[in-house]
Design a protein around this ligand. Structure first.
Ligand SMILES: C[S@@+](CC[C@H](N)C(=O)[O-])C[C@H]1O[C@@H](n2cnc3c(N)ncnc32)[C@H](O)[C@@H]1O
Length: 394
């Protein structure tokens, strides 16, 4: 593909990503994969170049732009070589017309910038949310040692988290023999650190209420040396169905999965009673902490959607709390830096449940924020997370 044709491809993809953001359709990565699956003539260099253009435009623009062309024209203003592609070559974009709409650069929609500010996320922190993230892995102590994995991959251990190793952003490891042998999982350092807040230990009985594909289930199973039990539940069949194969590869035998019906979660968990030592609620959230990986998420979020997520999180915390034994813990994690989903969510929980208290956390990174801890890309070099540990009275 010529440079102009790559720019045109990026414009077409941005149009699809914008439409999907408005209709809560497929993620940008999925749309990019589909686009190239239908265009086999594009080589790997073309794909990489188009993908980079698309993500550079998404990172540049806080508000969802009106079109892919308006987005690419905004990128062309800061990268003048891109402007040269307009009106040049058969497969390139049409020439730039006078008074064409050009999207405005920014961090996020204004309401969201205000919400971040109100959550004590200042300008430097906001800008760091849009950096490119490295590739972090968690060494699986059930299968390997930190030294073997970091030595073989020629990559430095992160230090905090204790089993984390960091590689450059574009590293591809999914076919690496060590990965296939279960020696490591791809997991952001922040995600590894907040999982430590569960205090999962050998012999415990743990419920991972929003287990998804099991990233934190597997991390907790490693903390438990694969002794005890973990019930991993979720309402999403496709995500949860990925867990058993991952557990097998990782040498995890203590994780059992259970698919929940939305709205009927408690009914499916009556056998647990109040018996769990720890319940983890890694709740569905706005994902403001993961913009480094999914920058188009800020085009999708609306105040209404945020309010709905806050309600869902509160409901899931109440469902999880009912499963915890006296003296046991409920751990709330969100990959968001908005207080509505973190600090305020915990205050509201403690108002509803006066027999619970928030316990101070000592994690290897992050800083105390309200009744929990927070990690951010600018301060900790991780995705953004809030975590709180709530303990039920004995
Ligand atoms: C942040 S993701 C979990 C990520 C996962 N714990 C991990 O570490 O890979 C949130 C999950 O909550 C699930 N979820 C949404 N509503 C739920 C509900 N009512 N009950 C249980 N899980 C729910 C979603 O399907 C999604 O998998």
């Amino acid at each position: 593909m010529t440079p102009a044709a790559r720019t045109q491809a990026a414009i077409e993809l941005l149009d699809q990503i914008i439409a999907a953001a408005r209709d809560q359709g497929a993620a940008a990565d999925t749309l990019i994969a589909r686009y190239f699956a239908a265009r086999r003539y594009a080589g790997s260099k073309d794909r990489r170049a188009v993908r980079a253009l698309v993500y550079d435009a998404i990172r540049l623009l806080g508000e969802c732009p009106e079109s892919g062309r308006a987005a690419m024209l905004a990128l062309a203003r800061v990268r003048p070589e891109i402007a040269e592609h307009f009106g040049h070559g058969e497969y390139g974009p049409a020439a730039i017309a006078a008074d064409e709409p050009v999207a405005e650069p920014g961090i996020a929609p204004q309401w969201l910038v205000d919400a971040l500010k109100a959550s004590a996320i200042g300008e430097a922190e906001q800008a760091a949310l849009l950096d490119r993230a490295p590739l972090d892995i968690r060494v699986n102590p059930l299968r390997a040692t930190l030294d073997t994995v970091s030595g073989t991959l020629n990559a430095e251990p992160i230090g905090a988290p204790p089993l984390g190793v960091r590689l450059p952003a574009d590293s591809r490891l999914e076919h690496h023999p060590l990965f296939e042998a279960g020696a490591f999982e791809v997991q952001d350092a922040g995600s590894q650190i907040v999982t430590l807040a569960t205090g999962a230990a050998p012999g415990m009985s743990v419920v991972d209420l929003c287990a998804g594909g099991g990233g934190k289930t597997l991390a907790m199973a490693a903390m438990m040396a694969d002794r005890g039990q973990i019930l991993a539940t979720d309402t999403d069949r496709a995500r949860l169905s990925r867990l058993p194969a991952r557990a097998e590869r990782a040498g995890v035998t203590i994780a059992e999965t259970r698919l929940l019906d939305p709205g009927l979660e408690s009914e499916a968990l009556t056998d647990i009673g109040q018996s769990a030592d720890v319940v983890l609620v890694d709740a569905p959230c706005s994902g403001t902490g993961t913009w480094r990986r999914n920058p188009e998420a800020r085009w999708r979020l609306t105040p209404q959607r945020l309010r709905r997520l806050v309600q869902i999180q509160a409901r899931l915390l109440d469902i999880g709390a009912a499963l915890v034994r006296p003296g046991g813990a409920l751990v709330h994690i969100v990959c968001s830096l908005l207080d509505d989903e973190g600090a305020a969510q915990i205050d509201a929980f403690l108002d509803r449940h006066p027999d619970w208290r928030a316990e101070a956390l000592a994690l290897p990174a992050g800083s105390v924020h309200a009744k929990g801890m927070r990690l951010t890309p600018a301060s900790d070099g991780t995705d953004g997370f809030f975590v709180a540990r709530l303990v039920r009275a004995c």
